[in-house]
Design a binder for this molecule. Structure first.
Ligand code: BTN
Length: 241
């Protein structure tokens, strides 16, 4: 099972905004771009939050996902004392490794949209048990933080932050939250490769737009806006992560 799938099922049955689905493990955890989210028992936080934005707020959805990154990274910093960077669109990054991810999914039943915000945070993996393809790419909190992680505190801080950024977005618009996102960004200023479907562009990430799109300066002097897909950052070694 996946907490996002379960939250989408509950939304289809009419569940109200504010429902939170938590799991100890996921047998079918899902990541962005159709990937699997490795979710062994007790190794992480697997949580999905149901929001019910008004139909008129649908245009704000891309910025809700960026704002979620701000909410999650500040909760981790407050509770665990670990500084977390944000990679567009909303990967949680520490030392170039992925500490967590966010998967937002929309569904609409009649005139009542549902937005499921799924959050995965790695807490205590066993290196030897990790699949080969992610072993060197992921990070977890108990490898970074001196103290064992108080999961209940982290979750309640996360829920509070998420509610605050969501309300702030709806009442004030995205400017303030995007400014916080920029401060936490590990993407801006870097040479990146963006892949969306069959399209691949390379350039320097110079900003995020109010819409949440990533703005790239290409080598030929033109600019491109990336709205969807996957972005990799070029490291000093020349490799992309
Ligand atoms: C990513 O690919 O970076 C997004 C990962 C999101 C994982 C979380 S874990 C809780 C929720 N349920 C899922 O199946 N996925 C999200």
């Amino acid at each position: 099972q996946s907490t996002n799938t379960r939250a989408l099922e509950l939304a289809a049955q009419g569940a109200a905004e504010g429902v939170i689905v938590l799991a100890h493990q996921q047998l079918a955890g899902r990541g962005r771009q159709g990937r699997v989210w490795h979710s062994p028992p007790g190794a992480g936080i697997y949580a999905s939050f149901l929001l019910r934005p008004a139909a008129t707020d649908i245009a704000n959805i891309p910025t809700i996902t960026l704002a979620t990154g701000v909410a999650v990274s500040s909760a981790i910093e407050a509770v665990c004392g670990v500084q977390v960077g944000l990679k567009w669109v909303n990967d949680l990054i520490v030392d170039g490794r992925k500490l967590g991810g966010i998967l937002c999914e929309m569904a609409s039943h009649g005139d009542q949209p549902a937005l499921v915000v799924g959050i995965g945070i790695n807490i205590c993996h066993k290196e030897a048990d990790l699949p080969d393809d992610i072993r060197d790419k992921i990070q977890w909190l108990e490898r970074l933080a001196p103290e064992p992680v108080d999961r209940n505190r982290l979750l309640s801080c996360l829920a509070l932050n998420l509610e605050n950024v969501y309300q702030q977005l709806l009442s004030e618009g995205p400017a303030q939250l995007l400014a916080q996102w920029r401060r936490r960004s590990v993407t801006l200023g870097q040479h990146v490769q963006a892949i969306s479907g069959n399209l691949k562009v390379e350039g320097t990430a110079i900003d995020i737009k109010d819409s949440g799109a990533l703005l790239l300066q290409l080598e030929d002097g033109t600019r491109a806006e990336i709205n969807a897909g996957e972005v990799s950052i070029r490291m000093a070694s020349g490799k992309y992560c």
